[in-house]
Design a protein around this ligand. Sequence first.
Ligand code: GAL
Length: 664
Amino acid sequence: MYIGVDYYPEHWPEERWAYDADRMRDAGFNVVRLAEFAWQRFEPVEGRFEFEWLDKALATLKSRGISAILGTPTAVAPVWLDRKYPETAAENNQGRRLTWGVRKANCPTSPAYRLLSERITRAMAAHYASNPAVIGWQTDNEFDGPICYCHGCVVDFQDWLHKRHGSIEALNAAWGTHFWGHAYSAFAEIGAPENLDHYNPGLCLDWLRHHTWRTVRFQHEQVRVLRELCPNHFVTHNFMAFGNRDVNGFELARDLDFASVDVYPIWSDQSIPYEAAAAGDLTRGLKRKNYWVMESTAGPCGWGAFGRDPFPGEIRKVAFQQVAHGSDNHVWFRWRACTAGREQYWHGLLGHDGKPLRRYAEAGATARDLHKLASKLAGTTVRADVAIVFDYDSRWAVRIQPGYDGNDVQQALMRYHAAAFRAGVNVDIVSAQADLSAYKAVFAPDLHVLPDALATRLCAYVENGGVLVADCRTGVKTETNLCHDRTLPGLLSAALGIEIEEYGAHSLEYPVIGKERLPGSFTSIKYNDWITPKTAASLATYDHWHLGAYPAVTRNTYGKGAGYYVGTVANEDSFYDALIAAVFAEAGVAARISPPPGVEVSVREGDGKTIVFVLNHTDQPIEIPIADSYGDLLSDADVSGSIQLDRFGVAVLEERPTKRDGRA
Ligand code: GAL
């Protein structure tokens, strides 16, 4: 297991490096990520490469048993590059080139930028291919925006559209350009949409898809060089999970050996880190395999104002939460808070003074725990019975036209994910292209874009015994972002057993009365489908003179499975808890340990092992009843009956052989 820090030797005098490396080794760290912003240091003058400084740093680290991941340094271009090749700067939607002086400000289509980026990658790869300290590469840093609107990108977009649509007639039909007289007669006439809320929705969706395409191409040009020159090194990228808004993470991950994630769940409040749990599940879902944490909370975070200092136990808990979700290696951002630059207040394990104090000690203790667990965790991953579909096309279609105010795919997804978290059940977050057949239950939140092939797969999934949950506006859009000319929910009507002829968005509240499988009183907000059940049963109704005629939630038996439909947004978590309980009961999904509020349970399995992580996200000690007996892998004690977790405490329990389902 690799545990370590993001380290910037170039920020400190060379005399300090040995001290730092000694402290890293003492803490049990065996990896650093380096150099992802060091282009200017490597190539201070165009074409003149200087690697001696990093060679020395790597030697210092390696002599302490510390290996390195190198970043291709293309997230920040040196100033000479900007001044000599101004066309490499990204252009905003007003036609203005971005001013040099921040980062992530370059055009991924610019031939000069691509050439220079490939050249620095090639020079680094050639130089470090056989350096014994180097084990792998991170491409660039957190690919996403800004979206470049320059002429080169627009021409590239036109070419891409030509290939995608084949003819201008086909594109006109796909986008519905008869509206407002927007038909094109040649691809060369097409421009970028200046914004996403006034332009043709088909144009907007393709524009976002193309931004992913050009980013994937940009990354590929680096990956190709790294594969050629460094065949023994891995290649990864540090994703931001849901923070990747403009780039489809599933597509960007294709070229990589595994995905990595940057997670910073500790800000000013002390809420339950639902999103970090989902970030782990999404990062695991990008490649359907275990992942790395490449950056994580090491202290108060912020560029201007900063957040809370993690309380004792929180740095450790953040790391364990990710390991519980399938991360196999952990890196903290950063080693030491920098005294200069925009991120002076983004604190490291060490403060500005460079003293290894409390946060350093906690990370070291965590590293020792994780090293102890490494052999036990080998060969294990999260094997969820439940999937949530996260579809970038729908995410973007909703961003372009939310339908109802405030609609957002990530939030829609989180309603179910957080309910599964509270139920103590693991979830995979997968793309709409993933094979769903092995899952007992599948949630498809906000699945606005529903190509026929996907609808057919979802129907087959239910027919063959799956339990599907769909919700408001499912299937409203074609893959070119037209409205389907079908009664909603289109091709899913039979599987869900409903039709929706009318619907509306609002800012009112309507009481909802649940029944049978969905007991409770809830509040409907934002949106209602006026659902006509065909073969479905109603699980909840509105307490309202008109809406009372329509169910708010339905369940339909279809083939060997069931289709649930949620035709509104509920204001209460308890609604999603009740719904998920009904779905899990029907699908035969159960938690190994039912967590009390504020506690998270996540299970890794494989190689005949079942390892249950129990994380206390509260600052109160807590006792958790457990039905089976386990070995506590951190304390080496046998536990049964209940476990006691300290505030922010973590237990890692290995299920004893001869347990239920004969799993051991
Ligand atoms: C990350 C980024 C790091 C650093 C950190 C703190 O998103 O990858 O380079 O900037 O945030 O701002």
